[in-house]
Design a protein around this ligand. Structure first.
Ligand code: PGA
Length: 260
């Protein structure tokens, strides 16, 4: 069953990273599906579990109107790439969305702007929507290089795509310094400033197609910071880790985004 996304609605999504066993995933999915009528139709919602959990979580969440996706994908459709998962495999189990270039993959698993671009192309070939993550390090920001850095990341990730195809992608701005335990949350103004830059780049390069790309913010978003972030004009949604790792947290954030 395909989920209908609405261009007019804000986005709320979570990546579970490498957390949750089957029982935890199932409890989360059941609780979220039960609460879904409260926010589905007011937001576009998605959950990105670890690979082995995708199919069972999707069986519960997709009928409830919540999209289920993956946290990464390889660029080739098939081949000798031990440990990797391809876009056709994900499409076959009902995945429609895939996160690509998350900061943790770039920092710990050798992801580069070029491999991110290749993965984006691979995802699109199988009809998956790539959620492309960009974000500068603290060093880049301290050097005043954040705008150039994230613009280059996005430019490389989209290289070779025509405007119509770009319109089918999504982007998340997640500054490395704002992600995860012990990080410094970005202010709404800091996030908005980069979102405005990314939107400017997309519109300049791809016109109305660039204007159609949802721009999500992520990095230590919680119920305290979410209202100010989602109120910003260039922030179309929130991509959340820890604060949405309970179904209750997700539901609270969905309500904030719906109201924002
Ligand atoms: P966090 O994670 O909300 O726990 O900081 C965000 C992310 O990595 O996307």
């Amino acid at each position: 069953m395909a989920i209908t996304r609405s261009r007019d609605l804000p986005w709320i999504g979570t990546g579970w990273k490498m957390t949750k066993n089957r029982a935890e995933a199932s409890a989360y999915a059941n609780a979220l599906a039960a609460a879904a009528p409260e926010f589905v139709g007011k937001v576009n919602a998605f959950v990105l579990p670890a690979y082995p959990l995708i199919e069972s979580v999707a069986a519960t969440l997709t009928p409830a109107g919540i999209e289920v996706g993956a946290q990464n994908v390889h660029w080739a459709d098939t081949g000798a790439f031990t440990g990797e998962v391809s876009a056709p495999m994900l499409a076959e189990i009902g995945t429609s969305l895939v996160c690509i270039g998350h900061a943790e993959r770039r920092a710990m698993f050798g992801e580069t702007d070029e491999t991110v671009g290749a993965r984006v192309t691979g995802a699109l070939r199988s009809g998956l929507t790539p959620l492309i993550c960009v974000g500068e390090s603290a060093e880049d920001r301290n050097a005043g290089a954040e705008v150039a850095f994230v613009t280059r990341q996005l430019e490389t990730a989209l290289a070779g795509l025509d405007a119509d195809t770009v319109a089918t992608t999504m982007v998340a701005y997640e500054p490395v310094w704002a992600i995860g335990e012990g990080s410094t949350p970005a202010t709404a103004a800091q996030a908005e400033a980069i979102h405005a830059v990314l939107r400017g780049f997309l519109v300049e390069r791809y016109g109305t197609s660039g204007a159609a790309v949802p721009l999500l913010y992520g990095g230590s978003v919680d119920i305290e910071s979410a209202p100010a972030l989602i109120a910003e004009p260039h922030i179309d949604g929130l991509f959340v880790g820890r604060a949405a790792w309970s179904a209750r947290g997700f539901v609270k954030l969905a309500h904030i985004v719906a109201a924002g």
